[in-house]
Design a protein around this ligand. Structure first.
Ligand code: SAM
Length: 302
C-alpha cells in the first residue's frame, strides 16, 4: 500500500493563493507502509476498494457531478440542504466576536463560504472575516470560483480557493494554529481516512478554535429511516439519471451516507483527534437535524 505526501504548486487559474485565486497541492511522493503485506481497503459506497483507489474514484464522481451539483442538490433534497446549511452557519454566528479566519474544507462550490461571509456582513457588518475554500477537486472549485465572481466578495481578500487534500493540507499553505473556524459540510464521508482529516483540522486550528462538521448521519426513528431509505435509494439515483445523466455517481453518494459512522462513533473520533466536545448525546457533542438525516458535530481545540 502506498500513502502519499504532498507538494504544492500554484495553478495559474486565475491568480494564486489567497486573493481570489486557486492554489493547488498535488500528491506525488509515495511513502512506505510498514505493514505492506495486507492491502488496506476503504469503502466506496457499498463497495470495498483498495485505499489508494478511493481518492480517484471519489474524484471521478465529483468531476462528473460538478456542473450539475447545485441543481441536483436542490432537486434531491427538495431544497432542504439549504435549510441545513443555513442552520449550520447561523449556529456558528460568524462575526459575532469580531472577524474570523475560516477554512472551509471539501468546500466544493462554496455554499458554506458564501453563507459565512453573508452572515458576518448582514448580522455584524463584518467585512473582514475571510474564508479559504479547500477542495480536492478542481472542477468543483471552478464552479465555486465562477459563482463568487457574481458576488461582492470577488477580488477581495475575503475569499480564496485552494486545491488540496483534506487529509494532507500542505503546511506551507495551511500552517499550524492558523484558523479560528474549520468547517466541513457533506465532505468528510468522501475522504479515505476520517482520522487523518480530523488530525489536520486539529493542526491548522488555533487553540480555542472550532471544528464543525455538517454531514448526513443516522436516522434513529425506524419509520423515518424506512421512508428515507426508500426515497434516497430510488429517487436520488433516478434524478441523477434524469437531471445529470449520471446514475452511478448519485448511487455512490447515497451509499456513502449509509457507510458513514453513526453520531456517537463519529463524536468519539472527534475526541480521539484531541477536540473537546459536549456531552455524548444529541444536543451535546452533536445536534441532529431532521431526526438525524443530517447532523452537526462540533469540537473545540484545547
Ligand atoms: C458533497 S460535496 C460538498 C460540497 C460543499 N461542502 C457543500 O456542502 O455543498 C463533497 C466535496 O468533498 C470533496 N472532497 C472529497 N474528498 C476530499 C478530500 N480528500 N479532500 C478535500 N476535498 C474532498 C469533493 O471534491 C466535493 O467537492
Amino acid at each position: 500500500m502506498q500513502r502519499s505526501a504532498s507538494r504544492c504548486l500554484h495553478l495559474a487559474l486565475p491568480r494564486v493563493h489567497r486573493v481570489n485565486g486557486l492554489a493547488r497541492s498535488i500528491n506525488t511522493q509515495p511513502t512506505n507502509n510498514p505493514s505492506n503485506s495486507t492491502p488496506r481497503t476503504a469503502s466506496f459506497g457499498f463497495k470495498t476498494v483498495p485505499e489508494e483507489e478511493k481518492e480517484t474514484l471519489v474524484k471521478n464522481v465529483f468531476d462528473s457531478v460538478a456542473s450539475s451539483y447545485d441543481l441536483m442538490n436542490d432537486a434531491s433534497s427538495l431544497g432542504v440542504h439549504r435549510l441545513w446549511k443555513d442552520t449550520f452557519v447561523s449556529s456558528l454566528r460568524p462575526g459575532r466576536k469580531g472577524p474570523l479566519r475560516c477554512i472551509d474544507v471539501a468546500g466544493g462550490t462554496g455554499d458554506i463560504a458564501l453563507r459565512i461571509l453573508d452572515y458576518a456582513r448582514e448580522k455584524y457588518a463584518d467585512r473582514e472575516t475571510t474564508v479559504e475554500v479547500v477542495d480536492i477537486n478542481a472542477q468543483m472549485l471552478k464552479e465555486g470560483f465562477r459563482r463568487f465572481k457574481k458576488t461582492m466578495y470577488h477580488n477581495t481578500p475575503q475569499i480564496s480557493f485552494h486545491e488540496a487534500n483534506a487529509q494532507e493540507l500542505p503546511p506551507t499553505l495551511f500552517a499550524d494554529n492558523t484558523y479560528d473556524l474549520y468547517t466541513i459540510a457533506f465532505g468528510i464521508r468522501n475522504c479515505t481516512s476520517i482520522p487523518d482529516v480530523l488530525k489536520e483540522a486539529y493542526r491548522v486550528l488555533k487553540p480555542g478554535g472550532t471544528f464543525t462538521c455538517l454531514e448526513f448521519s443516522r436516522v434513529n426513528n425506524p419509520l423515518l429511516s424506512l421512508a428515507y431509505d426508500q426515497y434516497s435509494f430510488t429517487m436520488i439515483p433516478l434524478m441523477g439519471t434524469i437531471l445529470a445523466g449520471d446514475r452511478g455517481s448519485y448511487q455512490y453518494l447515497v451509499e456513502s451516507i449509509r457507510k458513514f459512522p453513526p453520531q456517537p462513533e463519529f463524536a468519539n473520533m472527534i475526541r480521539d483527534a484531541g477536540f473537546s466536545t459536549g456531552e455524548h448525546v444529541d444536543g451535546g457533542a452533536w445536534t441532529d437535524l431532521w431526526g438525524g438525516i443530517s447532523c452537526i458535530h462540533t469540537g473545540v481545540k484545547i
